[in-house]
Write a new protein. Structure first.
Length: 157
């Protein structure tokens, strides 16, 4: 189904992709002990497999135009925190995909980059799978050891 839809889009674009921006995903909080295989599969499908599949479909067209790929990836993939097991795991996999695809596609003139917006000081995490206000406070304080709020981290090859 995705392959057919992709082919239809490529016909409309005359087979050219100049830039591709991956900016979807879902936040999965929780601990290892609370993670079922079904939940893991859901996180894997949304936060990793979909990126991999679409990139594999788009790569031949990006090579033709020496295009650009930008991934929006959660910083937890590089700096995991308590109660973010699935999100950290799938985003770590995504960073590996980004780095490997940058190495592979650079030979064809395709640039692959990642942008990792930083956490914002809000109560967004409170209530997510029992993420308490204290855990939110600890989470933000732990991340502040590595980054200054308002900056973004860019991984570029």
């Amino acid at each position: 189904m995705i392959n057919k839809g992709f082919r239809n889009i490529m016909l409309k674009l005359h087979g050219k992709i100049d830039s591709l921006i991956f900016c979807h995903g879902k936040f999965f909080s929780g601990r290892i002990k609370d993670t079922s295989i079904l939940l893991f599969d859901n996180a894997l499908n949304v936060n990793f497999r979909s990126f991999l599949h679409f990139l594999s479909l788009a790569s031949p067209f990006l090579k033709l135009t020496k295009g650009n790929v930008v991934f929006i990836a959660n910083i937890l993939g590089k700096f995991p925190q308590n109660n973010t097991f699935l999100n950290s795991l799938t985003n770590a996999m995504l960073f590996s995909l980004i780095e490997n695809s940058a190495l592979e596609l650079s030979a064809f003139g395709v640039r692959v980059n990642a942008v990792s917006p930083f956490a914002v000081k809000t109560n967004f995490r409170v209530g997510l799978n029992n993420f308490t206000e204290q855990e939110n406070f600890t989470f933000i304080n732990e991340l502040e050891k590595f980054f200054i709020y308002g900056n973004e981290v860019i991984f570029n090859r």
